[in-house]
Design a protein around this ligand. Structure first.
Ligand SMILES: [Zn+2]
Length: 253
């Protein structure tokens, strides 16, 4: 049986929008998702290989999406190490499973060797593609310390998870750029931050301000990002304390 070494819930997603994807390039076939990942990811309805392939191909049409997919292969070896599941909320997990010799190519990621992306099932399809881009940005760009909450305090954790490479502002920026490249315009959710029509102009400074002031919130919980992240940090500390206690019940007495 596959043993979970560790799994970290990454983050929630933003995003409500509309419209159709532009017709794209010929489809690419992606490696099938590993069954072993299904045993370690949180429960969810795993997308069929066809469903997953459609989303990955749509993502691949955009320049920003293709960059994220290239990063994924560099970090995790191959798409065998990506499982995508329908869920009630979008988030991702980086997991570590024992590598079978000669099976999944190993990537260079220090975070883990597999990624589970949970996607909110909603219409239209472009929101699934955008959420996938958002979650893969977290999984490929966050540093080990920021992912694990190895920071001085809760304020530093919130700041890092909002502003660091692979943090919420970065993931939101990628999500919006992917939509812009596929739709040919900023959607209503991203347009306040698209300062120019070009996809490479995006005001992440304002995004960060709006995370802090609550104008941009975690849409499904309605919480502001700082509140949600502070709760996540406390849960991480509590879990760490429990592990420490189990390892050495006399520690700190
Ligand atoms: Zn996120």
């Amino acid at each position: 049986m596959v043993r979970v070494l560790w799994a970290i819930v990454l983050a929630c997603c933003l995003g409500i929008g509309a419209s159709q994807l532009r017709a794209g390039e010929p489809n690419t076939s992606f490696d099938r998702g590993s069954r072993e990942l299904g045993a370690v990811c949180d429960p969810g309805a795993t997308l069929s290989d066809d469903e997953r392939g459609i989303l990955l191909n749509k993502l691949r049409i955009s320049t920003s999406g293709r960059a994220v997919l290239d990063d994924f292969v560099r970090q995790y070896g191959s798409f065998t190490n990506l499982l995508v599941q329908w869920d009630t909320v979008s988030y991702s997990q980086v997991v570590s499973v024992p590598q079978q010799p000669g099976r999944s190519p190993a990537g260079e990621s220090l975070l883990g060797n597999g990624v589970c992306v949970h996607l909110t099932r909603k219409l239209p399809e472009i929101e699934h593609v955008a959420d996938l881009a958002h979650e893969l940005t977290h999984a490929t760009r966050l540093s080990f310390k920021v992912l694990h909450g190895e920071v001085a305090d809760v304020a530093e954790f919130v700041r890092a998870r909002l502003t660091a490479r692979g943090g919420e502002a970065d993931a939101f920026s990628v999500e919006c750029k992917v939509k812009h490249e596929l739709l040919g315009r900023w959607d209503e959710f991203c347009s306040p931050y698209g300062t120019l029509s070009a996809a490479d102009s995006f005001d992440t400074v304002q995004v960060i301000k709006d995370f802090y002031n609550g104008r941009l919130s975690a849409s499904l919980t309605g919480e502001t990002y700082p509140v949600m992240l502070a709760r996540q940090y406390k849960a991480m500390l509590a879990k760490r304390a429990r592990v420490q206690y189990a390892t050495n019940p006399y520690a700190g007495k």
